[in-house]
Design a protein around this ligand. Structure first.
Ligand code: NAD
Ligand code: TDX
Length: 369
């Protein structure tokens, strides 16, 4: 039995993780700590039984230390972050505050509670990070290994890189029992509609343009969020202290291929369920390549990384993990989830979100959005 503190548990991956953990480890205690920023949503956890929700900031070191003491926390799973690259370009400060200072505050709290006050009792600090810390690959370069050089290119990835280094330093210097996973692009239920997959699904349903940055040939590796949660579970159960593990889906795709897959899956969903026409009257009119016709090229993201690819050999050979979902099947399930959960995505697309979206795409000269 474990007592988990999940930071950022009201966000996309954190909420999927809490749901996964509750289903697979029913006897464990789960405390969620989340500041409920624009990306955090209490509704992402609705229906999950027996969790304690603490509405606070990871930068509140004293509060976090006492939460660890009060609930006898032995495992921290750290998701809380500012996570969107475009927002980090627009305003980097919040990324340094949460991703760097916030992670450091959390590490200090863990050290205080587990090592200084707790005398070194058994514990684990698992840090969730990204493949973006390794920078951009050329077309013929081999995928990222855990030993690849850090070369972050956006304020987001630079802040995540700094947080990875702090986690490593707390392990090497103070003996905090840390592990880190660096994962590729996730998709699935509850993803905030600023990221490529949910934004494009919702734009298809609303008859809005699909804004493709640059030439659409940037490459990402895609992993279904549930496979990411299983990878984190694997590392929590069998990972070696002080180690990092790359996690990926072996699904390297150009953005154009992802957009085409979304358009095709949307066509398929509408053709098997004719009731969708009435439910989504703003979707493009029947006929032709109705969703693909929404594709639109817009100004590129500054510093846009060309290619990410993951070598996940270490977690596969050392811990026996491999993903289960193909992108094709996972995408169809994800589209079904957004079709079935219209209330959820309409409710998160509030005024401040729309303001940001309009600003982002106005900057890309996309008046028609
Ligand atoms: P998200 O933006 O959907 O959720 C972030 C959560 O953190 C929100 O609930 C938010 O309220 C909370 N939060 C933000 N600042 C906080 C603070 N100061 N104190 C407490 N809570 C705070 O993010 P996500 O996509 O679920 O990503 C989760 C983690 O996974 C991040 O660390 C991200 O870097 C990493 N990651 C994401 C992806 C991806 O594709 N989304 C891939 C690899 C790694
Ligand atoms: O409107 C868009 N048009 C577009 O062409 C958006 C939102 C994105 N893109 C492109 C940019 C990227 O090449 O699609 C690709 C994916 O973009 P995002 O969904 O913003 O993800 P990315 O920048 O790759 O970062 C994601 O994966 C790694 C997450 O947001 C990070 O949190 C994670 O660490």
């Amino acid at each position: 039995m474990a007592n988990l503190l999940v930071t950022g548990g009201a966000g996309f991956i954190g909420a999927n993780f809490v749901r996964y953990w509750r289903a697979h480890h029913p006897d464990d205690a789960i405390v969620v700590l989340d500041a409920l920023t624009y990306a955090g949503n209490r509704a992402n956890l609705s229906g999950v039984e027996d969790i304690l929700f603490v509405h606070d900031d990871i930068r509140s070191t004293a509060l976090v230390a006492s939460t660890i003491d009060d609930h006898d926390i032995d495992t921290i799973v750290h998701f809380a972050a500012e996570s969107h690259v475009d927002r980090s370009i627009d305003g980097p400060d919040a990324f340094l505050e949460t991703n760097v200072n916030g992670t450091h505050s959390l590490l200090k709290a863990a050290k205080t509670a587990w090592l200084d006050r707790g005398g070194g009792r058994p514990h684990r600090f698992h840090h969730i990070s990204t493949d973006e810390v390794y920078g951009s690959l050329g077309p013929d370069e081999p995928p990222f290994l855990e030993t690849s050089t850090y070369a972050p290119n956006s304020p987001y990835s630079a802040s995540k890189a700094a947080s990875d280094h702090l986690v490593r330093a707390y392990n090497r210097t103070y003996g905090l029992a840390t592990t880190t996973t660096n994962c590729s692009n996730n998709y699935g239920p509850y993803q905030f509609p600023e990221k490529l997959v949910p934004l494009f699904i919702i734009n298809c349903l609303s008859g809005r343009k699909l804004p493709i940055y640059g030439d659409g040939m940037n490459v990402r590796d895609w992993l279904h969020v549930e496979d990411h949660c299983r990878a984190i579970e694997t590392v929590l159960m069998r990972g070696e202290i002080g180690e990092t593990y790359n996690v990926g889906g072996s699904e390297e795709l150009t953005n154009m291929a992802v957009v085409d897959a979304i358009c095709d899956a949307m066509e398929e969903a509408f053709s098997v369920d004719p009731a969708l026409e009435a439910r989504f009257p703003d979707a493009p009119p029947v006929g032709g390549a109705r969703f693909c016709a929404l594709k639109s090229y817009v100004t590129d993201r500054p510093g846009h990384d060309r290619r990410y690819a993951i070598d996940a050999g270490k977690i596969r050979s050392a811990l026996g993990y491999k993903p289960r979902q193909t992108f094709r099947a996972g995408l169809a399930d994800t589209i079904r989830w957004y079709l079935d959960n219209e209330d959820w995505w309409r409710s998160v697309m509030d005024g401040s979100y729309r303001d940001w979206l309009d600003r982002n795409y106005a900057g890309r000269m996309l008046g028609q959005l």
